[in-house]
Design a protein around this ligand. Sequence first.
Ligand code: PLP
Ligand code: COI
Length: 367
Amino acid sequence: MTDTTTAFSLPFDTTPSPAKRAEAEREAILADPGFGKHFTDHMVSIAWSEAEGWHDAVVKPYGPLVLDPAAAVLHYAQEIFEGLKAYRWADGSVWTFRPEANAERLQRSARRLALPELPEAAFVAAIEHLVRIDKEWVPGALETSLYLRPFMIASEAFLGVRPAHGVDFHVIASPAGAYFSGGIAPVSIWLSEDWSRAGRGGMGAAKTGGNYAASLLPQAEAYEQGCQQVLFLDAEERTYVEELGGMNVFFVYRDGRVVTPELGTILEGITRSSVIRLLEERGHVVEERRFAIDEWRSGVESGEIVEAFACGTAAVITPIGRLKARDFEIGAPDAEPGALTMSIREELTDIQYGRRPDHHGWMHRLA
Ligand code: PLP
Ligand code: COI
C-alpha cells in the first residue's frame, strides 16, 4: 500500500467551487447514487500543445467545457478515457485500485489514437487532487464508490485529418452504486451476430469512445431482447468470444480450469488481470486463449462449464446467468450465481474496501 502523495512537477492551480452543493443535497445523492448520473463539485484539467507539452494543470469548479465547433474530437473522435474507482474504507480513509495500471493503459490508448502520452505521475496526481478536494463525495455505504473518469480529447480547431496539435486531459468524478440495477444478480447477455466491436488492427484494445459508439446499436438490441449486456464475437470468423460492451468475460470449468479470451482485439481489463492473478494464487489454471462460442454451448450442455462471469471496474464481478442468441440459449435467467464467481468477487472487493490485507501493493491511498 502506498499512501504518499505522488510527486509531479506540474503545479496544480486550485480554484475552489463557489457553488458547492449543500451537505443535504450531497447526502441525498450519495444515498442513491445510481451510476454516472451525478457529478462532484470539481474537476481537473491539464492542457497539452505541441509547443508547450503538458501545462496549465488546474483543479476547478465542475462545469461545461468550452470547445470550438471545429475541435477535432467532434469530427474525428480522437478521444480516449479511463475508468477507476475511489473506495471509502471503514476508518474513513479513501483509496484507489492500481491507478498506475490505468495510467499505463491510457498511454497505450494514446499511442493508438495518436494522442500525447500523459506521464503516469501526472495521471495519479490529477486523481489525488480531485479526490482530496471532493473527498466528501466518496460514499460510504456497502459496495458504493466514487467512479473516476479521466479522459483526453483533441481540442484543436482544425478540420484536416491528422493528429491534433492541441489536446486536453480532464478528470471528472461521479458517485456510484451498482452498475446493473439488479445489484449482483446474474445478468442475461445477448449475442451480437450481426455487428462487431473491433477487428484485427483496429482499436479494440484502446479505451476510446468509438468502440463504445460501435456497441450502442447492438446494446440496444440486447435491451430489446430483455438482456442487460451485449457479447461480441471476433469480427473475422464470428466464432470466438471477445468481450461484452463494457466488461471482460471468464468461464469456469468443473475441473477448476478457468478460460478467458486472449488479448488482441479486446480491452485489457485491470479487473481481468487482477482476477487472473487471484485465481492463479488459489491454484487455478487460467487459460488466456481463443474460446469459441460453440465451446461454451457444448461445455454447458455436457456440464463441463459450470460458471460464467463478467468483470470490469464499473460492473466489478457479475455472474452471467444466460446467453441469448438468435437460435439458441445457454443457461437460464434465474441461474444461481457460481460459487467461484462469488468468492473471487468477495476477495477482490475485500481488498478494494480494505477488509483484507493487500498483499499485492494494489491499493493507493488518496485521502
Ligand atoms: N472491456 C470493456 C470494453 C470495458 O469498457 C471495460 C471497462 O473498463 C472492461 C473490459 C474492463 O476493464 P477494467 O477492468 O479495467 O475496468
Ligand atoms: C468501466 O468499467 O470503467 C467502464 O468504462 C465500462 C463502462 C460500461 C462504464
